[in-house]
Design a protein around this ligand. Structure first.
Ligand code: FUB
Length: 450
């Protein structure tokens, strides 16, 4: 048979970009990712995370954070994310110790058409820069890179978790942490400090604070930071009328992880009139919390400018298209009994999750699915059931409109079951999937409409 040749341009596109498709939480599904710095550049959201990898013999420190490079991801709809590939790597930065595997939480900002990527790491030259972390910059003409690292780290900075904020008057500030949170003005070149370093006071004194992220809204400067008061970090915030404080501690943005992921690290953006919190959790690595994954949820403010606490969801953000694979295991709500979520393949967590229905009436609710305007005629369910069983798919509640009834035949392998849609309603709907009978078990990977 004649082998088909892929056009060289298409091959190049595949090398540099990976479309990650569907986005519920976690939003990055092809690798571990942590410490997300989300930024709006033009009409896209860019996410600059740390890239957790697992330490192996001679590569990083066992049972600890291990990172050797950074990728950047972007999306124009918060659903379809593109991995633009590696933008900076430890062995290509002149000042970084090449076997330190310590490319921790970064940030990126735009000024006058140039993109400045700030990242912490361990320097080679401890005589010049001291022991421990310092912070460097890499510069690009595009948010997706390539970024060219500066030869030396920023003078006068010792610590991790850089964050940059540019005020309305054009003054840029660099923040970072080293148990406490520090801040200083940056010169217009964005590469050098332009003031004394200030320890930002009036923040909690008990326990570690790190990962500062500053933004301004309606004249209020928000200093937001993860804080370990008792073993696990929670996201907190303080407010001020000045970018360098003094700040007044206001409360919690997100409670500590109920499953014990030690760190959290976040950023906050406004995109198309909605505010979002990007953060991380160890979704793909439930037994090791140094292999984390980026998540995002909506965030809102009270009339007095205080932040409403964000309850983490699996559903995440964005509108899912009915015509794509809808991962109902990333549910908005779930019945108390008879529905569980498990990895599809216990040997490869990156294959994602499945929903297991095991009781009559067990259900999941999956919000904000766009059915478009053109009638969709068929529903496809990727399912596995050794007992066989019947699923109902409804909109408008678990007793709402029945849009399909899907008989899942007995099988020991995954199958795509196709049935006609009984009733089509256009536009954005919440979806409900239920098991009809008792003594049956049905597993669902995804559903999709054609
Ligand atoms: O990712 C390594 C470190 O863990 C970050 O720098 C901290 O903010 C914490 O998330």
């Amino acid at each position: 048979m004649k082998k088909q040749k892929t056009h060289w341009l298409l091959q190049l596109v595949f090398i540099f970009f990976t479309f990650l498709g569907i986005a519920q939480n976690p939003i990055i599904r092809n690798q571990y990712s942590a410490d997300p710095s989300a930024r709006v550049f033009g009409d896209r959201v860019y996410v600059y995370p740390s890239h957790d990898i697992l330490a192996t013999e001679g590569k990083g420190r066992k049972d600890w954070f291990c990172m050797e490079d950074y990728h950047v991801f972007s999306s124009d709809n918060l659903i379809d994310w593109t991995d633009h590939g590696i933008i900076v790597q430890q062995n290509k930065v002149p000042w970084v110790k090449t076997d330190s595997y310590s490319m921790w939480a970064p940030d990126c900002i735009e000024r006058n058409g140039k993109y400045y990527f700030y990242f912490p790491s361990i320097p080679k030259d401890t005589i010049a820069y001291g022991k421990g972390f310092t912070i460097g910059v890499a510069v690009s003409d595009k948010p997706s890179g390539p970024f060219i690292p500066e030869s030396n780290p920023i003078k006068g900075v010792k610590g991790i978790d850089p964050n940059v904020f540019i005020d309305k008057d054009g003054q840029a500030y660099l923040y970072w942490s080293s148990r406490d949170i520090f801040g200083a003005k940056l010169k217009k070149n964005m590469l050098e400090l332009d003031s004394e370093v200030k320890t930002l006071g009036n923040l909690p004194t008990k326990g570690l604070k790190e990962g500062p992220y500053v933004f301004e809204r309606n004249g209020i400067y928000y200093m937001t930071y993860p804080h370990v008061e008792n073993k696990i970090e929670r996201l907190e915030y303080a407010m001020s009328d000045n970018p360098l404080g003094p700040f007044k501690v206001m409360g919690t943005i997100m409670d500590k992880s109920p499953t014990g992921c030690w760190t959290n690290h976040h950023s906050i953006i406004e995109f198309k009139n909605q505010w979002y919190l990007f953060y991380h959790h160890n979704d793909y690595s439930p037994t090791f919390d140094k292999a984390r994954s980026v998540r995002a949820d909506s965030l809102s403010f009270n009339p007095d400018g205080t932040i409403t606490k964000v309850i983490p969801t699996l559903r995440g953000i964005g509108v899912s298209s009915a015509a794509k694979e809808i991962q109902i295991d990333r549910y908005s709500k779930i019945s108390e009994k008879g529905t569980t979520i498990a990895f599809v393949d216990a040997l490869d967590n990156f294959k994602g999750w499945k929903t297991v229905f095991s009781k009559s009436g067990a259900w999941v609710q999956y919000n904000t699915v766009d059915f478009g305007e053109k009638p969709l005629k068929t529903v496809v369910v990727k399912a596995l059931s050794t007992s066989g069983g019947t699923l109902e798919i409804r909109t408008k509640g678990i007793n709402g409109n029945l849009i399909a009834e899907v008989k899942i035949p007995v099988s020991t392998s995954w199958q795509d079951i196709k049935v006609p849609v009984i009733m089509f309603k256009e536009g954005i709907q919440n979806l409900y999937v239920l098991l009809k009978e008792n003594n049956k078990q049905v597993e669902v990977d995804w559903i999709s409409f054609k």
